[in-house]
Design a binder for this molecule. Structure first.
Ligand SMILES: NCc1[nH]cc(CCC(=O)O)c1CC(=O)O
Length: 313
């Protein structure tokens, strides 16, 4: 495509999971209505879909991202949609973050047998999660629980509870909501843990040069939500200035209220021996700087100890 002219169809690159298809389908419909051409989803198979080894062992969630971005750079698609929390914080050559659509709930959710809440889980209950961040915060809140490794798509994970294999699993509420399975949630974990930076938010990426095109830029601006963008900017700048990867035990939650933004962050090691947390507020226009300031504050408190301990595992 030459983005200067309207194409006959907008090709949107996505992973093939139910969640990815739901997310990119929704963005495709919105863009299609805006620009008046049909959107076509192009499924891209990634190493993360094929290889079921723990994510921490195959290069983190970045494995899902590279193949989709390669298709964009190769001109096979015009836009790609990702879960923003799966994107590395370093910018990718030739690619722009075209839009951050209005964010879904950033909360983590419990899916437990018999409708159990987090507080209602009996001592020794098995809780599945493959996320060091979730594991550390569960350990901190409930050292009596038995945390088990967990991978796979949302269906697989929830299935481990229905099969009686695990008492509970922890998932992003946004993922369950987007695939229409919000009824599975038995508790909201907002009071128990801070979410991953950018959890619940989407990233619509385009080729850098296509942003010059007026119709392209205006379509992207129409699906962009500045408040969501400010929140994820603060959260991801915290992560990048901690120099922590996407599987590091770092939690972050920014909230925009009117002109101001408040960012809460936590850094732990996986064993939950160390825990550093703090809050920085400021002007929402300073989101990146707020993230950096909280990172500096947590590092001054000694957070590097926790990050190093987490990396050495
Ligand atoms: N880690 C994979 C992943 N990437 C995005 C989501 C859910 C949707 C989101 O956070 O936007 C999930 C599943 C989960 O964490 O339960």
């Amino acid at each position: 495509m030459t983005a200067a002219r309207l194409p006959s169809a907008l090709r949107i690159g996505t992973r093939g999971s139910a969640l990815a298809l739901a997310q990119s389908g929704m963005i495709g419909e919105q863009l299609s209505a805006l620009i008046g051409v049909p959107a076509e989803l192009v499924t891209i198979r990634t190493e993360g879909d094929v290889n079921m080894a723990p994510l921490t062992g195959i290069g983190g969630t970045g494995v899902f991202v590279s193949a989709v971005r390669d298709a964009l750079l190769a001109g096979e698609v015009d836009l790609v949609v990702h879960s923003l929390k799966d994107l590395p914080t370093a910018p990718a050559a030739g690619i722009a973050l075209g839009a951050v659509p209005p964010r879904e709930s950033p909360a983590d959710a419990l899916v437990a047998r018999d409708g159990l809440t987090f507080a209602g889980l009996p001592a020794g209950a098995t809780v599945g999660t493959g996320s060091p961040r979730r594991a550390a915060q569960i350990r901190h809140a409930r050292p009596d629980l038995d945390i088990r490794p967990l991978r796979g798509n949302i269906d697989t994970r929830v299935g481990r509870v229905h099969s009686g294999d695990l008492d509970a699993v922890v998932l992003a509420a946004a993922g369950l909501r987007r695939i229409g399975r919000v009824d599975e949630i038995t508790d909201d974990l907002s009071e128990v843990m801070l979410p991953a930076p950018a959890q619940g938010a989407l990233a619509v990426e385009c080729r850098l040069e296509d942003r010059q095109s007026a119709w392209f830029a205006s379509a992207l601006a129409a699906v962009d939500d500045p408040a969501s963008r400010a929140e994820v900017t603060a959260e991801r700048n915290l992560l990048s200035h901690l120099e922590a990867g996407c599987s590091a035990p770092v939690g972050a939650r920014a909230v925009v209220a009117g002109p101001s933004l408040t960012l809460h962050g936590v850094v732990m090691d996986t064993e939950a021996r160390h825990r550093f947390h703090g809050t920085v507020s400021g002007d929402a226009g300073d989101a990146a700087r707020i993230g950096r300031r909280l990172a500096e504050q947590l590092l001054a408190d000694g957070a590097a100890t926790a990050l190093t301990a987490a990396r050495e595992r």
